[in-house]
Design a protein around this ligand. Structure first.
Ligand SMILES: NC(=O)c1ccc[n+]([C@@H]2O[C@H](COP(=O)([O-])OP(=O)(O)OC[C@H]3O[C@@H](n4cnc5c(N)ncnc54)[C@H](O)[C@@H]3O)[C@@H](O)[C@H]2O)c1
Length: 389
């Protein structure tokens, strides 16, 4: 067995520079042989910072290299389908940034080429692999499979309680506090980035489906497709996920909060820095390290309080010097890429495959439809699981 996956990176823009290049070049099981971008200055940056064996502005050069096992496709989503097709036809495994697609027709064509060629295909819904989320999901699934009541739970009608159907449901709440001033123009442009309902909320609808492990059956959304929206996603077992996204918030506060409730347990992931659990014996709280922390000397507080203190320091420096970085949390990019390596080297299943990608696209498209109609919209599996090889 080979001990390294040989990969090429196609698209060296913001997300590549923020996370993937660093992750790929520092992963001991990856050899990054090629980097590709159509912009000269991006290639110059990659050459200076990472010095890959080869750089190119034509991704097809990567695809004809027989040593290459897989590619990371990190271009914007409006121009990815052809690259996916070409890479799959060249029998290269694929890690593609989210969203996988922006229409059901595109999902169908991607699903078809992936299944016909039999390549491994990973959609970058990286939050599934965030360490805090992985722990939260493990705790949730264990509790769901065998609910154990906390011995301290207050029960008013202990002996006379009649079980309710709703008691079987899982309730999920996700809050995304974003600042639209930080959005790139393409993200807001409906013809390119499709607005945050398609381009960004795909992460969270995927996560909700992943956590519940149930089929989504209905979505109702209020707000605007571009930014500022509240989605209510209902599942086949009466579980509900409520996803609140705002672009009029501030990064002075943590961006994401994810809460899962089930059978007397509450499990909260507070911006991937702290996991808090209530209603389950022997587990109360766990803190997670920052992914990138330029303010290690700020140590007061824990979890998101510590984050806020570090951001205050960042803000102080900005006012003084004009530039300072945000501390970054672990949203699972590294682990997701590592799972891609498992797919390549160990023939493991994808941590998030083309069906997951197609489902997220369908749900967000329906959410946009719901925003525009002002009505809930039904979802059914045959609308995204439609390709039979
Ligand atoms: N998972 C996450 O956390 C996360 C965060 C941000 C963005 N994203 C996703 O990543 C994708 C890229 O976003 P971005 O902000 O990095 O965009 P970007 O525009 O900064 O980068 C895309 C890069 O692709 C290059 N490119 C375009 N066509 C190419 C081609 N034919 N061959 C090679 N390179 C080509 C561009 O020149 C550019 O450098 C988007 O789909 C976005 O949704 C994911």
């Amino acid at each position: 067995m080979k001990d390294k996956a040989v990969i090429g990176i196609i698209g060296c823009g913001m997300i590549a520079r923020d996370v993937h290049l660093q992750n790929a070049f520092s992963n001991p099981r990856i050899h990054v042989k090629w980097c590709c971008d159509i912009l000269e200055e991006r290639l110059k940056y990659v050459k200076e910072e990472f010095n890959p064996e080869h750089i190119t502005s034509d991704y097809r050069e990567i695809l004809i290299d027989s040593e290459i096992n897989g590619v990371m496709i990190l271009t914007t989503h409006n121009i990815r389908e052809k690259i996916i097709r070409d890479a799959a036809e060249a029998e290269k495994h694929i890690y593609v940034e989210k969203p996988m697609s922006t229409s059901v027709e595109e999902s169908y064509r991607i699903m078809r080429i992936v299944r016909e060629t039999g390549i491994k295909f990973v959609v970058g819904f990286n939050r599934r692999c965030a360490p805090a989320i992985e722990d939260a999901v493990k705790i949730y699934v264990k509790h769901k499979n065998k609910p154990v009541e906390a011995p301290w739970r207050f029960k008013r009608n202990k002996d006379t309680h009649q079980p309710l159907r709703e008691e079987e449901a899982t309730m999920i709440m996700m809050r995304i506090n974003d600042d639209l001033m930080t959005f790139k123009p393409y993200a807001l442009d409906e013809m390119i980035g499709e607005g945050s309902i398609i381009g960004e909320l795909c992460h969270f609808v995927d996560l909700a489906c992943y956590i519940t492990g149930k089929e989504p059956i209905k979505v109702y959304a209020e707000g605007w497709a571009r930014v500022n929206q509240v989605l209510t996603l209902q599942f086949e077992d009466q579980s509900i996920a409520n996803i609140f996204e705002t672009g009029v918030g501030s990064f002075d506060h943590p961006k994401e909060l994810i809460e899962i409730y089930h059978k007397g347990a509450s499990i909260a992931v507070d911006y991937y820095l702290q996991l808090r659990v209530g209603g389950i014996k022997d587990f109360y709280k766990k803190n997670y390290p920052f992914w990138y922390d330029p303010y290690q000397y700020i140590t007061e507080g824990e979890g998101t309080n510590l984050f806020i203190n570090k951001v205050r320091e960042r803000n102080r420096i900005i006012i003084e010097k004009g530039f300072a970085q945000y501390p970054a949390v672990d949203k699972g990019h590294y682990r997701m890429l590592d799972r891609f390596v498992d797919c390549i080297l160990l023939n493991k299943p994808s941590p998030c495959n083309e069906l997951d990608g197609a489902r997220a696209t369908l749900i967000t498209l329906k959410a946009r439809e719901s925003v525009r109609l002002g009505l809930p919209v039904k979802i059914s599996k045959d609308e995204y699981d439609y390709y039979f090889a």
